[in-house]
Design a protein around this ligand. Structure first.
Ligand code: SAM
Length: 268
């Protein structure tokens, strides 16, 4: 078997598990190649590739999500029944760790962080998870356009089914931010709880994003507790990270503290 064929076989093996088969191919390949280089033994490389993909994307979403059922539920609601629409959205937001953690303060989160630039006319939500379902809580202008991307492909299909059922215009697309940065020109880009994830693979990725995203404002956040609920040292570590990536760049910065998330609004 040629070296290329061996690599393809290895990647196919990683993706035998549905959890990894749903991830953007370029990301799976990138991590697989790194682990094949790092590990002497292929069995270990298989394990470490899957562990890293789990930490990057798999860890956040609940297993066995019924996207079709969620869309059916939204279809069954009247767009004018705002209360029911928000209740359904909340039930789904619970199924991604990042949005679940934000639920206790969802009513004030976006209203507070986006107040200096509201009403919002366009958004690019990078590594969005289920966050676009929080649109009803954001101070969006009626004709705001919402772009969203992530590496979880069925999630992207779901979001493209969801936007036409919501009151906002939007579209979602698959994108590995370690390999390409969307060039949509928007008022604000969301980089929520994203930078520590990208830094696990490439310590220069955060700075590149700050330079290349085409947005007037960047909404950046960091978790202040781990998925397991530990918080020791995290706040300081991420405050230092933020300091490092913004040093020498001319941004006006507003910061906001929530019980488990620190947020910065950067304006160019
Ligand atoms: C901690 S979650 C944050 C989700 C969302 N931004 C929020 O705060 O609600 C990290 C997200 O990054 C996505 N992700 C991981 N690696 C990525 C990559 N290389 N490119 C794009 N998205 C990625 C994961 O699938 C996951 O949805």
């Amino acid at each position: 078997m040629s070296e290329d064929e061996e690599i393809e076989k290895f990647i196919a093996e990683v993706q035998e598990s549905a959890k990894y088969a749903q991830l953007e191919n370029g990301l799976v390949r990138q991590i697989a190649l790194e682990e094949l280089r790092n590990q002497k033994d292929q069995r270990i490389a298989l394990k470490t590739t899957r562990t890293r993909l789990h930490r990057l994307a798999g860890a956040f979403l609940a297993p066995k999500l019924d996207y079709a059922k969620w869309l059916d539920n939204f279809r069954s609601l009247s767009l004018d029944d705002f209360v029911a629409f928000k209740e359904s959205s909340k039930r789904i937001l619970k199924l991604h760790a990042s949005t679940q953690e934000r639920l206790p303060f969802l009513d004030t989160f976006y209203q507070t962080c986006l107040a200096p630039i509201a009403p919002i006319t366009s958004v690019l939500d990078l590594a969005c998870g289920l966050n676009p379902l929080a649109m009803p809580w954001m101070p969006l202008q009626k004709d705001c356009i919402y772009f969203a991307c992530d590496v979880v492909e069925p999630l992207i299909d779901f979001l493209n089914g969801y936007f036409p059922l919501s009151k906002q215009t939007g579209s979602a697309f698959t994108c590995n931010l370690l390999q390409s940065i969307p060039q949509h020109k928007v008022q604000v880009a969301f980089l929520l709880k994203l930078l520590p994830i990208l830094d696990q693979v490439d310590s220069g990725a955060s700075s590149t994003l700050l330079d290349e995203v085409q947005a007037d404002h960047l909404l950046i956040s960091y978790p202040s507790k781990s998925l397991g609920g530990r918080s020791k040292g995290m706040k300081q570590t991420y405050a230092d990270h933020f300091e490092r990536i913004t040093s020498g760049r001319k941004f006006e910065v507003h910061s906001f503290d929530f019980p488990n998330e620190t947020v910065y609004l950067l304006s160019r």
